[in-house]
Design a protein around this ligand. Structure first.
Ligand SMILES: Nc1nc2c(c(=O)[nH]1)N[C@H]1C(S)=C(S)[C@@H](COP(=O)(O)O)O[C@H]1N2
Ligand SMILES: [Mo]
Length: 535
């Protein structure tokens, strides 16, 4: 008769059962700590806000009834976050302890409970409004670590428990040293995993401290009043039509394009900008010097070169910043220079024509966006904004370096990747309402949209229904030539299927081309065309 079968045949004593449950709970809790620690470490590297406890806590807030959130705020005050996170930690550890109890009883289900918890947290992370591409990584990895660690710990714990039960029940003293060795192994494993998890988690906190440092830095920023405020947006600039993009894009809705997998987290205090290259005098600008400069406030529409015809990779905001022109004048570019290569903290580069930066337009080192410090995703603490150029050749976020150079000596990030070295914005327009493929009622229908050519301005927008004559749309009031312009056309729609097209004419009286071109290499062209059904 083998040892194992002896063990299986003897009914477990209440003491042995209790020991099995306690050990199982410890094993599960240790696996939980290991998994959470691993997740915390990954979160520290990726984004602290995607740590499983944080996202589960956030999800809990979202799903809690309003009275509960208010109650928690009133009861725990400023500590409500800590209480919530502590609660989430306790719940997570209880659930993994439960999985551990199952696991030492040889339930095949147990490790999946841990994996399921990880998946649940990953789902919570992915559905956060600020979720980045890697938001699921901490929870998934934590779940996997928990899964494997629980399997391993439960296996060695079971071995020990089985032998221990046999030794007790049979009073087999010969096996006692063997039992002790197994016990030592099981508890060493537990300890290593538990302590390891705490250490990993701590390391994650330290790494994630960068985020807290940056957040504190950003919340401490008080934007100075501009020396030159932007004129108020004319009342008629925003037609306020349902479905039409608002004239000013909120920071939350502002389109976002960059190559950064992990959003760079800089602090304003540590930020500085070096201006060098083909200059008489090298300059290093600090945050305080920037704030002390003559700041201007301007409405400027940004546009991505990748924006397809009818696309939405364009937004409009009110920026606060220091004109780059003055800085360049201080540095004194040499006569041969024709480009400024701007570099971000994460190594992105843009090559901007020197003459564009010095021709008097409001090319800014921006620090404010719609009255707030730049959001991290949009370049905190400092980015460039240049009216009239696509973002990829001008709008460097997290900018830390300006090298005055030449187009035949340097190139921006996208140039060797198939995009043109220079990127002036092309005249464009789009229809926002009705939506392509929409069904509308016969009779009066409001057609509305946007038209743009930043720094040139829009003089005319026309709409064509089917093959009819081009009809002038009504232009919204112009804010400045550096912003997009809304338009509307009052259409009397007859039943049937109709095709609508739009085209803009810029302030130089050049009408946008009908020729369809892909975004690469220097911006899409063609008339935005939609189909609607009228009933
Ligand atoms: N550091 C950095 N800055 C960058 C980019 C980038 O990838 N990295 N992308 C540029 C591109 S292609 C565009 S269109 C604009 C977009 O700015 P936004 O994300 O604030 O809308 O940022 C520009 N600045
Ligand atoms: Mo872009």
């Amino acid at each position: 008769m083998t040892e194992a079968s002896v063990v299986q045949e003897s009914p477990p004593s209440p003491g042995a059962q209790r020991r099995r449950t306690t050990t199982g709970a410890l094993v599960g809790a240790a696996a939980g700590i290991g998994g959470l620690g691993a997740a915390q470490l990954v979160a520290g590297l990726v984004a602290q806000t995607s740590a499983p406890l944080i996202v589960l806590g956030d999800a809990l807030i979202d799903f809690s009834p309003h009275w509960l959130v208010t109650f928690a705020k009133n009861t725990f005050g400023v500590h409500d976050k800590q209480v919530l996170l502590g609660g989430a930690l306790v719940v997570a550890l209880l659930l993994s302890a439960f999985a551990g109890v199952l696991a030492v009883r040889d339930s095949k289900l147990a490790p999946w409970v841990v994996l399921g918890l990880g998946a649940l947290a990953a789902l919570a992370a992915a559905t956060r409004p600020d979720a980045g591409m890697l938001a699921v990584a901490p929870s998934l990895l934590g779940g996997l670590v928990g899964f494997f660690v629980l399997n391993w710990l439960a296996r060695i714990a079971r071995e020990w428990l089985d032998v221990a039960a046999y030794v007790r029940d049979e009073g087999d003293a010969v096996q006692a040293p063997y039992e002790q060795a197994l016990r030592r192994r099981a508890f060493t494993g537990l300890g290593v995993v538990g302590v390891g998890g705490v250490l990993l988690g701590g390391l994650g906190q330290v790494l994630g401290g960068r985020l807290r440092g940056a957040q504190d830095s950003r919340s401490a920023v008080r934007l100075p009043a501009p020396s030159s405020p932007a004129p108020a947006v004319p009342a008629g600039a925003d037609l306020k039509i349902d479905g039409l993009e608002p004239f000013v894009t909120s920071n939350a809705d502002f389109y976002r394009i960059d190559t950064a997998l992990v959003t760079p987290l800089l602090t304003a205090e540590d930020w500085s900008l070096r201006i060098h290259g083909l200059v008489r005098r090298e300059i290093t600008l600090t945050w305080d010097q920037l704030l002390a400069g003559r700041l201007v406030e301007r409405d400027i529409t940004l546009m991505c070169v990748s924006n397809p015809v009818g696309g939405d990779l364009t937004s409009n905001a009110r920026w606060l910043g220091l004109p780059i022109k003055g800085l360049l004048e201080q540095a004194g570019p040499s006569a041969e220079a024709d480009m400024v290569l701007s570099t971000s903290s994460d190594g992105f580069t843009a090559g901007t024509p020197l003459d564009v930066l010095t021709d008097g337009r409001d090319a800014l080192l921006a620090i404010g966006m719609n009255g707030e410090p730049l959001p991290f995703e949009h370049g905190f603490p400092v980015r460039i904004v240049v009216p009239g150029l696509y973002g990829y050749v001008s709008a460097t976020k997290w900018v830390v370096d300006l090298e005055v150079t030449r187009f035949d000596r340097a190139e921006g990030y996208w140039t060797p990747r198939g995009w043109s070295a220079k990127g002036p914005v092309k005249t464009g327009s789009r229809i926002d309402v009705p939506k392509d493929g929409a069904t509308v009622k016969a009779g009066p229908v409001t057609v509305a949209g946007l038209a743009w050519q930043e720094h040139v301005g829009i003089a005319k927008v026309e709409v064509q229904v089917d093959d009819g004559a081009w009809q002038a749309a009504v232009l919204a009031a112009q804010d400045t030539a550096d912003t997009w312009r809304q338009w509307r056309y009052d259409w009397t729609a007859s039943p049937g299927r109709h095709r609508l097209r739009v085209r803009a004419t810029n302030a130089d009286l050049v009408t946008q081309t009908e020729a369809a071109a892909q975004p690469a290499p220097d911006g899409a062209t063609g008339w935005h065309t939609i189909d609607v059904t009228v009933e």
